[in-house]
Design a protein around this ligand. Structure first.
Ligand code: ADP
Length: 225
């Protein structure tokens, strides 16, 4: 799995790097004289460099999760408090885009877990809902107690995911090949992180999604008193 991941990482890093080298070489040869062309190529180099930067950030995040139980600081925490914090950090991005939010946070939704890892899980799911929902659109975020489970749901009215793609999207670097995804920034590692964090916390993920209708990602943890 490790060898596989490393070869995927190298491949992902190589693509933007190849573009950067190509444009830089073209300019270095001194054949690009027009100011507009120089500006265009510089912009492209900058764009690809940003992509590299994002990718490296995502990979670092991912490998941090990979260390799993050992590096985790396990504690009893209120999942509502954690998700609320994530929501406060990303709400503006969604509101600015023109999306509307509905939230419900039960008090005392206690789980055993690592705060940073759980924050990352919640952040990836909420950011995806924002990224893959067009305006006008709604996003509902819920954290609640259900029998012996602590439940976290992110429900959007976004582009949705075809059933044939639903198992693939949790794989490393996997992105659906539609127009919405192509035009949206991402590494394809977000849901891989979600899956990994859920596994280390013995939580289950369920996905209900329909293209054109929206998606419901629900994560169920074992509740602690
Ligand atoms: P990315 O960095 O591309 O967002 P993720 O691993 O978070 O990567 O998600 C994998 C793919 O699953 C995305 O590229 C997108 O195609 C699809 N996806 C994830 N979340 C949603 C969602 N809420 N609605 C529609 N598609 C989604």
């Amino acid at each position: 799995m490790k060898a596989n991941f490393l070869s995927s990482v190298s491949h992902e890093l190589k693509t933007p790097l190849t573009s950067i080298k190509m444009f830089a070489e073209m300019m270095a040869r001194g054949r690009v004289m027009k100011v507009e062309k120089v500006q265009e190529y510089s912009r492209l180099i900058n764009k690809e460099a940003s992509r590299l930067e994002n990718l490296i950030g995502a990979i670092l995040n991912y490998t941090r999760m990979e260390h799993g139980t050992g590096a985790f600081k396990w504690e009893k925490l209120d999942f509502s408090v954690c998700v609320k914090k994530v929501f406060e950090a990303v709400e503006d991005i969604g509101v600015e885009k023109g999306l509307s939010f509905k939230t419900h946070f039960d008090p005392k939704v206690y789980v055993m877990g690592d705060y940073t890892a759980l924050y990352s899980l919640a952040q990836n799911l909420i950011e995806n809902a924002i990224k893959y929902t067009n305006v006008p659109g709604d996003i509902e975020i819920k954290v609640y107690n259900e029998d012996d489970r602590a439940v976290f749901s992110v429900i959007d009215t976004g582009v949705g995911i075809p059933s044939s793609e639903q198992k693939n999207i949790f794989n490393d670097f996997y992105r659906v090949g539609d127009e919405m995804t192509r035009s949206t920034k991402g590494s394809g590692l977000g849901l891989a992180i979600v899956k990994r964090v859920a596994e280390t916390h013995k939580a289950t993920i369920s996905l209900v999604s329909k293209p054109g209708k929206g998606s419901n990602f629900t994560v169920r943890f074992r509740k602690v008193d």
